[in-house]
Design a protein around this ligand. Structure first.
Ligand SMILES: Cc1cc2nc3c(=O)[nH]c(=O)nc-3n(C[C@H](O)[C@H](O)[C@H](O)COP(=O)(O)OP(=O)(O)OC[C@H]3O[C@@H](n4cnc5c(N)ncnc54)[C@H](O)[C@@H]3O)c2cc1C
Length: 432
């Protein structure tokens, strides 16, 4: 066991996704001595299928299967977490929900909107498929709007299909940007470091144990922030004796709907350029253009072999629902959750509307792909395991990531997590 007690930190942050990166960036600016431990690698983002598969497609690590329906859940395991592979859509936080738990992040969101790119998709970057879908939806009376993107659109390439592989041009903003700012301010970042448990003296957290290169290490700090994501954080907390973590969570199941037109010739597009939030029914409908290998992964197992070479002429709509809380994270970070009948009906309803939009756009051969999930959260909830400052029942131990969201919500959470990170950093500053 490697124990370096000579190097004690002010704060250890576990995980480098949006929640952890935001805490790190805010605190590193105040000169705090910070260590960030990240289980994944820090290789430069190349925009390759291979890199995406290594960081978000390893079964049992970043590609997790639920026990019943073999529904797959994706998470990014590398510096920046899932934000490296996300669709970069910024939704405002659920202010009303957070208010009811005594949490106001309006000021933090206002600042973030000045600090990182967040604007609706510009006209010239709307892909041909996204434009065709939007025109059809508007024509049918849907309130289909351009969405805010975490994208520096000056750097964005037209006809590019690399968004989902990780943007190699620095156009897509990811949590890695905040991590890099923090390391420039002096933060230590250790990659390939899997935190296995929190260390306590009595009821006070004093450090963490992590595994790197087949050996265990212990490091110590005055404050520990666990930001290992909706699956990683409850796994660590449970291994550390906080057994209530990891129950009754959401993971926002989603299904892709495909339809072929004759003359699209789409080479690649910004994902989720525009869409419609059906607040009454609880789902989101958006355009989402997959590159060929991901299109194959969705269409070929559904026996749409004759569609194998139709990607460029395929319109794609994603339906993402707000699912009911349920299920559990297993002792080893597995996911156990099935989709309720009510949630299946939401997906069916979304399919009916997506089909209508696609048909109105002239598409034929409409079919749906696999149902997958991508936003695990609510596994270490505020008002259940955390107070409104994101503190656990243990002294000096905090959680800041998607696991803290207290209720099912159903919308992309990154802006909310960044804001919660800023707010937590400010709270911690007052205590240090
Ligand atoms: C394909 C896809 C598309 C998405 N699109 C959008 C979108 O358009 N807009 C949006 O707002 N959100 C989107 N999301 C969701 C968003 O990316 C996540 O909600 C967000 O990244 C969660 O942030 P987090 O801080 O909870 O942690 P994560 O991003 O999950 O990061 C946690 C980090 O902790 C690390 N870790 C885990 N366990 C350990 C451990 N034991 N020790 C050390 N490190 C550990 C992981 O490797 C990871 O880097 C998308 C997600 C996916 C997968």
């Amino acid at each position: 066991m490697g124990t370096d007690s000579s190097k004690k930190y002010d704060v250890i942050i576990v995980g480098s996704g949006p929640g952890g990166a935001s805490v790190a960036r805010e605190l590193s600016r105040t000169g705090k001595k910070i260590l960030m431990l990240e289980m994944g690698d820090n290789a430069p983002i190349k925009g390759s299928l291979f890199q995406m598969a290594m960081n978000a497609g390893i079964p049992g690590q970043s590609l997790l299967f639920t026990d019943k329906s073999l529904l797959a859940m994706v998470r990014g395991v590398c510096t920046g977490g899932s934000s490296v592979f996300y669709c970069a859509t910024a939704f405002d936080p659920p202010y009303g929900m957070l208010d009811s738990y005594g949490i106001d992040v309006r000021e933090e969101v206002k600042e973030l909107k000045q600090e990182i790119p967040m604007e609706p998709t510009r006209d010239h970057l709307m892909g041909v498929g996204a434009t065709r879908i939007m025109e059809s939806a508007l024509n049918l009376g849907y309130d289909w709007k351009k969405l805010n993107k975490f994208i520096d659109q000056d750097k964005c390439k037209i006809d590019c299909d690399k968004c989902s592989y990780g943007c190699p041009y620095g156009a897509k903003w990811t949590a890695r940007n905040f991590v890099e700012e923090s390391t420039k301010e002096g933060m230590d970042l250790v990659n390939g470091a899997k935190v296995t448990r929190i260390l306590f003296e009595g009821d006070t957290a004093v450090g963490v144990r992590y595994r790197k290169n087949f050996s265990d290490h212990e490091v110590f700090a005055d404050t520990i922030v666990v930001s290992a994501g909706g699956v990683g954080s409850p796994e660590i907390l449970r291994q550390s004796g906080l057994y209530q973590a990891g129950y009754d969570f959401f993971f926002d199941p989603l299904t892709m709907i495909f339809g072929t037109v004759d003359d699209l010739k789409s080479k690649g597009e910004i994902q989720m350029s525009a869409g419609f939030h059906n607040t009454e029914k609880g789902y989101l409908m958006v355009d989402l253009n997959f590159p060929t290998p991901m299109y194959w992964a969705q269409s070929l197992p559904k026996l749409r072999l004759h569609k194998a070479f139709s990607r460029d002429n395929t319109l794609m709509i994603m339906i993402k629902i707000k699912d009911a809380l349920g299920g559990r994270i297993t002792w080893n970070g597995g996911v156990r959750k099935s989709i309720s009948d009510a949630d299946k009906n939401k997906l069916k309803d979304g399919y009916t509307h997506a089909k209508r939009i696609l048909q109105n756009a002239g598409a034929t051969g409409i079919f749906s792909g696999w149902t997958v999930a991508a936003h695990p959260g609510g596994t270490v909830k505020i008002n259940d395991m955390l107070d409104s400052n994101l503190k656990t029942q243990k002294e000096n131990l905090y959680v800041c990531d998607c696991s803290v969201i207290p209720e099912a919500w159903g919308l992309p959470p990154t802006l909310t997590l960044l804001a919660l990170g800023k707010r937590l950093a400010r709270h911690l500053e007052t205590r240090m």
